[in-house]
Design a protein around this ligand. Structure first.
Ligand SMILES: [Ca+2]
Length: 188
């Protein structure tokens, strides 16, 4: 009887955990002041993902005069090419909230009119991430889902370790060779 109970409990536990695992991935947003950089020379693609905002928000790439999209009119899944960039070029975004007239920025909180962080990052791989904006003044409800989009071919400030440069590989190879020679000498 006890064994049967244990078995049933185990099965129930397994079912409940697998049910959780089967749910679609939620955004795992962390408010961030980190800057965004183009990972490798070439195109950066922005995909509009979702919004839960009542406000109408225009998204801009800083330095470009025209908005990329509006959170109320864009279709989830719609892709936008931001253009081609040099590796290491900085990308910064602005959220313009039409209803309040406030603009919020990726990066430092001090850039924003209320001195709060308004962008959160969910890093999905080494070179792609989801970004969510909070559109309410004074930091709002901090759910960062008022305009959510993803980017390809980007890295976030210091969170992603840099790929070693070719010279580094050369030095590493030279170092290994020297160790090899040293070992040979010792064994002789
Ligand atoms: Ca919000």
């Amino acid at each position: 009887m006890n064994r049967f109970k244990l078995f049933v409990t185990t099965v129930l536990m397994f079912l409940s955990t697998s049910a959780i695992a089967a749910q679609p991935r939620e955004y795992d947003f962390t408010p961030s002041t980190e800057k965004l950089y183009v990972a490798t020379a070439g195109e950066v693609i922005l995909t509009f993902l979702s919004k839960t905002a009542a406000y109408s928000n225009d998204l801009y790439l800083q330095g470009m005069p025209d908005s990329i999209l509006n959170n109320q009119t864009a279709t989830p899944g719609a892709q936008y090419s931001l253009g081609s960039f040099q590796a290491g070029a900085e990308l910064a975004f602005t959220l313009f909230v039409k209803n309040t007239g406030f603009a919020y920025y990726t990066g430092n909180a001090s850039l924003n009119p209320d001195n709060f962080i308004h962008a959160a990052y969910d890093i999905t791989s080494g070179q792609s991430l989801n970004i969510g904006f909070e559109d309410l003044f004074n930091g709002g409800d901090k759910d960062y889902d008022d305009l959510v989009f993803s980017l390809t071919n980007v890295r976030v400030g210091s969170l992603v370790t840099a790929v070693p440069e070719p010279e580094t590989y050369g030095m590493l190879a030279a170092g290994l060779l020297m160790i090899g020679f040293a070992k040979r000498r010792k064994t002789k």
